[in-house]
Design a protein around this ligand. Structure first.
Ligand SMILES: Cc1ncc(COP(=O)(O)O)c(C=O)c1O
Length: 385
């Protein structure tokens, strides 16, 4: 028998394993499950991107090991996209690295920047890869609670000095998974100032930046001084329904990009170039899928939020993302377990995203409207009993 490394043993247990098992059992018993748990779009990748992929895959040039930081053409498409959509100038040779999904870069970043014992500031509830990547690189995560009374923004004033003196990385993610909170410009300007003063690298996760219902979220990289201290992680996954394709990028500060690229050069050999070719079509081809997608999520979210409010839940219409962060009375694991067992509804227990997520459930509107209506009908009936 081989024992997993100490590093691996330090990773937290997968909190949702028991729920996954239950879900599979109930499905095998014939229960009609409505799954609000999955943060994975149910809509298809746009047809023009699929057509480009078909062409790309037939081109033998793309069958070789991918080039260093990504193909010239894809990096140019990314730079053009940032100029057009975010008013940000990127040097495509030094300030962009293509990733195998943004998760890959988020997980590898601590390998490039942390020494053993260095600290990453990790918002919680949050996407688990920030602290998992830190632990795997033998760094120390320090958790920053995101509380409703602070609009789910971290309070840097709560960080002890001895932690700050060891801090190298701050992770932020807005629009946020799981709370769906947005960060305003003033907060981001203050954050850049905070990072500059303490020489902290800001790793800004913008995976949901295009999923908004009203005003476009502030682009962190467009703010003065952002590139001095930070990079942004971005992805085609949520904007173009391409989660399975595994393609994203990091862009911003050239030293951080160079360090991340060096890690990648030594571990993977980049993103399949046919996928990068299709990625160019995603970024430069017709963009009507995005407005349609926003409208679909907005409608679905409206139905969910209105019905949950009617049922007595304390919930507000989010400004974006496809997540609804719902305050509940009981424990989140217990409540999610009841919803699943009794009425076949999967919702993600908030505590799975960190201790401050306790008392919440995350509902993802990656299910069709009819199913949302049926799901909420079941919840309302169950509450009456
Ligand atoms: C906040 C956040 N960041 C990053 C990712 C990773 O996205 P990808 O690796 O598909 O680009 C996800 C995926 O769910 C996410 O929720």
């Amino acid at each position: 028998m081989f024992e997993a490394s100490k590093r691996l043993q330090k990773l937290p247990a997968y909190l949702f394993a028991e729920m996954d098992r239950k879900k599979k059992r109930l499905i095998s018993e014939g229960m009609d499950i409505i799954d609000f748990g999955i943060g994975d779009p149910d809509l298809p990748t746009p047809a023009n991107v699929i057509e480009a992929m078909k062409k790309g895959i037939e081109n033998p040039i793309f069958h070789k090991y991918p080039l260093g930081k990504g193909t010239y053409a894809f990096r140019k498409a990314i730079a053009d996209y940032y100029r057009q959509h975010n008013d940000v100038e990127l040097n495509m040779d030094e300030e962009i690295v293509v990733l195998i999904g943004s998760k890959e870069g988020i997980a590898h970043l601590p390998w490039a920047l942390l020494n053993a014992g260095d600290v990453s500031l990790v918002p919680e509830p949050g996407y688990p890869v920030y602290h998992i990547g830190t632990i795997l690189a033998e760094g120390m995560p320090f958790f920053l609670p995101l509380k409703k009374e602070n609009q789910f923004l971290p309070d840097f004033g709560e960080i002890p000095d001895d932690i700050l003196s060891k801090t190298k990385i701050l992770y932020l993610n807005y629009p946020n998974n799981p709370t769906s909170a947005f960060a305003d410009k003033d907060f981001l300007i203050d954050t850049i100032d905070f990072c500059k003063k303490r020489n902290i690298l800001l790793a800004y996760d913008a995976a949901y930046s295009e999923i908004y219902f009203g005003e476009k979220p502030v682009s962190f990289l467009s703010l003065p001084g952002a590139k001095d201290i930070g990079i942004e992680f971005h992805s085609l996954s949520k904007t173009y329904n391409m989660t399975g394709w595994r393609v994203g990028w990091a862009c911003g500060n050239k030293d951080i990009i160079a360090a991340l690229a060096k890690i990648k050069e030594n571990i993977d050999s980049g993103t399949f170039e046919a996928i990068q070719f299709a990625g160019i079509e995603a970024l430069t081809g017709k963009q009507d899928n995005i407005s349609e997608l926003r409208e679909i999520y907005r409608r679905r979210m409206g139905i969910l939020v209105d019905s949950l409010k009617e049922a007595g839940f304390d919930v507000a219409m989010p400004e974006g993302t496809f997540y609804c962060w719902v305050k509940i009375q009981g424990g989140s694991i217990e409540t999610a377990g009841h919803l699943l067992e009794k009425i076949g509804i999967v919702a993600t227990p908030g505590v799975g995203f960190g201790p401050s997520g306790e008392g919440y459930l995350r509902f993802s509107v990656t299910v069709p409207e009819e199913k949302i209506k049926e799901g909420v009908r079941r919840i309302k009936e169950w509450l009456k009993k």
